[in-house]
Design a protein around this ligand. Structure first.
Ligand SMILES: NC(=O)c1ccc[n+]([C@@H]2O[C@H](COP(=O)([O-])OP(=O)(O)OC[C@H]3O[C@@H](n4cnc5c(N)ncnc54)[C@H](OP(=O)(O)O)[C@@H]3O)[C@@H](O)[C@H]2O)c1
Length: 210
């Protein structure tokens, strides 16, 4: 797959927090059309991005889901059910679940990945962690590694290509859906440690493979 690339995909980014804003800018710079979807008002940073990048368009969640080839969900994890209900028929689309903490405390679903699959009917859902902040997403040189898991080969291949476009150092596939609870646990531990060390957004995963 190393030689392949996708030119100008339509990408829905749901959520307009700091992390989504950095992600949207990175994807637009790589040549993709980004539909920045919000349920509320855009903040000043989002407005500036919309003015600066012609490839970033303001959008409702419903519209972004309808026109997108791929949908990136990056709201708080407990909002995943509501957000997934807003998306219309996305059964054939790739959904990248970037949400942070797992849903165990909030619902009967084992995790956000299971909730998204059940609610949307899409089989192309991938869980994705880099556990870093917007600081590393906007860095010009590759810094962090991306870690992904899920049963869909199509979703994982596409995520690996987008990770490359976002200048991630590497994208590691850890396995199928059954591995996601372990990844959630690792990401939660990492987040807690990085918060205690007072470096939550500025450090990142980098794996060594021999
Ligand atoms: N996978 C990773 O490695 C990784 C790394 C960093 C961050 N994250 C995760 O990415 C997510 C976003 O991070 P952030 O720093 O950007 O968070 P944030 O600043 O709190 O922003 C959250 C965004 O989600 C939107 N939102 C909340 N509930 C929604 C709903 N029901 N429907 C639609 N939009 C909704 C909010 O919109 P409103 O203004 O309308 O409330 C806001 O724009 C978090 O879950 C975080 O843990 C993951």
């Amino acid at each position: 797959m190393g030689y392949k690339t996708f030119a100008s995909m339509n990408i829905a980014v749901v959520g307009t927090g700091k992390y989504c804003e950095a992600l949207s800018a990175g994807l637009a710079k790589a040549g993709h059309n980004v539909f920045m979807a919000t349920r509320s008002e855009y903040d000043e940073v989002s407005k500036e991005l919309l003015a600066r990048y012609r490839r970033i368009c303001p959008s409702s969640i419903e519209y972004a889901g309808a026109v997108a080839d791929v949908i990136i969900l990056a709201t708080p994890a407990e909002e995943v059910r509501e957000m997934a209900y807003f998306l219309e028929d996305v059964r054939q689309k790739v959904i990248i679940d970037l949400t942070g903490l797992n849903l165990t405390r909030y619902s009967t679903y084992i995790n956000t990945h299971a909730a998204i699959k059940a609610i949307t009917g899409s089989q192309h859902v991938v869980k994705c962690y880099n556990r870093t902040g917007s600081e590393n997403l906007v860095a010009t040189e590759s810094t962090a590694d991306m870690i992904i898991a899920g049963d869909s080969k199509k979703a994982k291949a596409l995520t690996a290509l987008l990770a490359k476009d976002l200048k991630f150092n590497a994208c590691h596939d850890f396995g199928g859906d059954e591995l996601i609870p372990s990844l959630d646990q690792m990401a939660n531990n990492w987040q807690n440690l990085s918060i205690s060390a007072k470096v939550p957004g500025s450090i990142a995963y980098r794996l060594i493979k021999r």
